[in-house]
Design a protein around this ligand. Structure first.
Ligand SMILES: [Zn+2]
Length: 404
């Protein structure tokens, strides 16, 4: 038996409403509630079965000057913005930094200003796609290693089709009892073209073809293949731009003496160093139409209330379709975004499977973890039993097993 988990970033429930995606290979569909945050929050929640307040992988950048690994970059604040705000410059620098600082996960400096960079720390220093990759607690890969279950996981540094080829090779070797394939391409496409573009169904057709190839190989080498194709969130078109930074910069406050802030593309997270700053910012935010301050009770319900306020004392969230721009994530507008409230229409994720039933309690993306551990454990037992029968019954034709 092979449990085949294919994770397609941003393949949201709403997108699938207009598309016959996988109606042959994985006809059983369910809407899954997403997790509040970006992929930096959603992916670790899927991989650990827990919410951000529990695993502490939420947003990438936090105000943490005492532990900032970026202090040496302050010298770059003297370089002209025409150079330092360019994507190519930032991408190359991010790659160099990732190596120098030993970050194992995804890393990008985005649009964080060098003037203030020494105030910030980066929260995903490990890779959630590896054992020991969570900021707190275990993930699926810790479980697989502990249970000695041999598995495939895609390499996020490689292209999607390279990972497809690598998984097909693993399937043909019959070495694995579990597979986790991660494809990020649809997310990038949706950000650029929006959720109504014809390029979206075209990309889904490519994924369908690839999943067909995976299933064909898997069914040749395994008696039972449990296919789960799922996502972390959807994607909303951004038709309203909100210059929140401009609004806050106009207040009679100084950064970083009075306050610090990270402008993500759909939320702003503030830290205050005096009551006047807190009050002034709160008053201004309350008057803004495009979003609202999230009360603690609501953050707690969303599994995103951090008692130590590590990710910000105050969280302002934009309404679906409102993009905060410029932000620390980008200087220019993009067509579509995610990271809105999980109850917004386009936040919903999806699960498509070839299994007749999906347990009733699988309703949100962290529940994918239960499905993964359950099926991995079953596959290991069944495959070990089948291998023994085969070795005994057929004179050890398949007697070579991978070291676990
Ligand atoms: Zn994205």
């Amino acid at each position: 038996m092979l449990p085949l988990f294919v994770f397609i970033d941003a393949c949201g429930w709403e997108i699938l409403q207009r598309d016959p995606f996988l109606e042959g290979l994985a006809p059983n569909r369910r809407r899954l509630t997403s997790v509040f945050g970006y992929s930096s929050a959603c992916v670790p929640s899927i991989l650990s079965g827990r919410w951000p307040a529990e695993h502490r992988n939420w947003n990438y950048f936090v105000y943490d000057p005492a532990n900032s690994p970026f202090r040496f970059l302050r010298a770059l604040r003297w370089l002209p913005t025409a150079l330092t705000s360019r994507r190519i410059f930032r991408r190359r620098l991010s790659r160099l930094l990732k190596t120098r600082l030993g970050f194992r996960g995804y890393f990008d400096l985005y649009n964080l200003p060098f003037k203030y960079i020494s105030l910030y720390n980066f929260t995903e220093k490990r890779s959630p796609l590896q054992p020991g990759g969570m900021n707190r607690g275990p993930n699926i890969f810790d479980h697989l290693v502990e249970q000695k279950i041999s598995y495939f996981v895609s390499d996020p540094a490689r292209e999607e089709d390279w990972n497809l080829g690598a998984l097909i090779a693993e399937i043909r070797s019959e070495r694995i009892d579990f597979a986790f394939q991660y494809w990020p391409g649809l997310d990038g496409l949706l950000h650029m073209v929006g959720n109504k573009s014809e390029k979206v169904p075209a990309k889904l057709r490519i994924y369908e073809g690839w999943i067909g190839q995976l299933m064909e190989a898997a069914q040749e080498h395994y008696e039972e293949v449990r296919l789960y194709v799922f996502s972390d969130h959807g994607m909303a078109n951004c038709d309203v731009l909100l210059d929140l930074k401009g609004e806050i910069d106009r207040l009679p406050l100084r950064m970083p003496e009075d306050y610090a802030v990270v402008y993500d593309s759909t939320m702003a997270r503030f830290w205050f160093f005096n009551d006047r700053a807190r009050e002034t910012v709160m008053n201004r935010l309350t008057a803004i139409q495009g979003g609202r301050i999230l009360p603690d009770a609501e953050l707690a319900e969303l599994g995103a209330l951090f008692p130590d306020r590590y990710f910000g004392e105050l969280i302002f969230l934009a309404k679906e379709g409102v993009l905060i721009v410029p932000s620390h994530m980008g200087a220019r507008p993009i067509r579509a975004m995610h990271g809105y409230h999980p109850t917004e229409k386009h936040s919903n994720a999806a699960l498509c499977t070839n299994q007749d039933s999906i347990p009733d309690d699988v309703t949100a993306i962290p529940h994918m973890y239960q499905m993964m551990t359950r099926d991995a454990d079953i596959a290991k037992l069944r495959n070990a039993a089948a291998a023994e029968v085969e070795v005994g019954g057929r004179g050890g034709q398949s007697g070579v097993f991978p070291p676990l």
